[in-house]
Design a protein around this ligand. Structure first.
Ligand code: ZN
Length: 171
């Protein structure tokens, strides 16, 4: 397993729409392992492939608490098939937007269809943190970031700050 460099705002890759995965093979599973390694190292609770520069529809999540056993989950070609009308509010952050947090409202419960590491189709009903995390990561597959769900003013401030930071690094 290898820890990969993270793609950081305002890298245009983060706005790219990821492509569906056709086959679950050893190469893809290695990518999933690298993503998990990178996520645990950060540390974070979710990571989409595009965040390490690979525009494929795959994400990894582990929302287990510190006092629980690790629970790495891999979602390939995930799709929301049902979402609740009731919403829940969570303070979100993103490994591609380090040290910035904001409250985002999303459907509280969702049903997601996906392909697992076994190459088979699965369905999961998620609520709580898992529901929020899945929606945040699935947004990444469509080039959407959590700051797209906050006010325009706040979003522009964040983008400006990270653009400045990136320029500083390039000099
Ligand atoms: Zn993110």
């Amino acid at each position: 397993m290898t820890i990969k460099p993270l793609i950081i705002l305002p890298d245009p890759l983060l706005r790219q729409v990821s492509v569906p995965i056709e086959t679950v093979n050893a190469e893809l599973l290695k990518l999933a392992d690298d993503m998990l390694e990178t996520m645990y190292d950060a540390p974070g609770i979710g990571l989409a492939a595009i965040q390490i520069g690979v525009p494929k529809r795959m994400l990894v999540i582990d929302v287990s608490r510190e006092d629980e056993e690790k629970n790495p989950q891999v979602f390939i070609n995930p799709e929301i098939v049902k979402s609740s009308d009731d919403l829940s509010l969570y303070e979100e952050g993103c490994l591609s937007i380090p040290d910035y947090y904001a409250e985002v409202e999303r459907p509280a419960t969702i049903a997601v269809k996906y392909v697992g590491r076994d190459g088979k189709e699965h369905m999961v009903e998620a609520d709580g943190l898992l529901a929020t995390c899945l929606q945040h990561e699935m947004d990444h597959l469509n080039g959407v970031l959590f700051i797209d769900h906050i006010s325009r003013l706040k979003r522009e401030m964040v983008i400006k700050k990270f653009t400045k930071l990136a320029k500083g690094k390039a000099v």
